[in-house]
Design a binder for this molecule. Structure first.
Ligand code: ZN
Ligand code: FE
Length: 269
């Protein structure tokens, strides 16, 4: 997919801004107003704001440094409001959020709904909303990745599986805007789990082609993740069998399958 969703009058422009070593800072802009999600550094955002839109809001998904490192500088230089998870310590936070809360981007009519998605960190949240023309996007930080998911630093496998299931229930064409370019290595691992998955094989070719051109592999979609991401497929017999073979243990529940997949991925090089 192109790095920017086509600019149409009624649709917001969505841009992944490469930052740090492999992060993306997502920008949404419409009518000259913009928000960014998880600015791990301020420089790449400031470059885009020069002669560009006015930054109104900074949305944070979780407290890790590669997601909040640029918050103070951006807030000081633009006066943008800082939104973030209620249960985590976020620099310069103005508005504390949890599931059921909403964020409006002034001057655009855009509204994003907050979802609690603990697991990677204890208070991790996501932001989901319509960009226009019926197309929606979710900013899911380090929880759902393209063909993968975040490591469990502060949560349990059961929590993370619930969070991933919640994201998987979003409309199938929802654009998945995650915070890292981990796609190719995630696909290499996913092909170990499901070597016969044709959609995954096709995705490997697509990702290699995009990366060879220096382009992001994101955004993905919920439907593509449901077809190719092992962590969203723990209920399938083939995934359960592969995870059980690797763990050399019988796996009865989706939680056990998820935990075995996560361990497999942790050990994969
Ligand atoms: Zn993180
Ligand atoms: Fe991260």
């Amino acid at each position: 997919m192109n790095p920017s969703v086509p600019s149409q009058a009624a649709q917001a422009i969505l841009t992944p801004i490469p930052a740090l070593s492999d992060n993306y800072i997502w920008m949404v802009q419409k009518n000259g107003h913009a928000l960014v999600v998880d600015p791990g550094e301020s420089g790449p955002v400031e470059d885009l704001l020069r002669n560009g839109p006015t930054l109104e809001a900074i949305l944070i998904t979780h407290h890790h440094g590669d997601h909040v490192g640029g918050v103070r500088a951006l807030q000081q230089r633009t006066g943008a409001r800082v939104y973030g998870p209620r249960h985590e310590n976020i620099p310069a936070l103005d508005v504390a959020l949890s599931e059921g809360d909403t964020v409006d981007l002034p001057g655009t009519g855009l509204r994003f709904h907050v979802l609690d998605i603990p697991g990677h960190t204890a208070g991790h949240i996501a932001y989901a909303g319509l960009l226009g023309l019926g197309r929606s996007a979710v900013f899911c930080g380090d929880t759902l990745f393209a063909a993968g998911c975040g490591r469990l630093f502060e949560g349990t496998p059961a929590q993370m599986l619930d969070s991933l299931d919640k994201l998987a229930r979003l409309p199938p064409d929802t654009l998945v805007c995650c915070a890292h370019e981990y796609t190719e290595s995630n696909i290499r691992w996913a092909l170990q789990v499901e070597p016969g998955n044709a959609a995954l094989q096709a995705r490997a070719h697509d990702a290699a082609r995009l990366r060879a051109q220096g382009l992001p592999t994101l955004p993905s979609t919920i439907s593509l993740e449901r077809e190719t991401n092992p962590f969203l497929r723990t209920g399938l017999a083939g995934i359960r069998a592969a995870a059980g073979r690797h763990a050399q243990a019988p796996l009865d529940t989706p939680q056990q399958v998820f935990a075995a997949l996560r361990q497999w991925k942790n050990d994969f090089r």
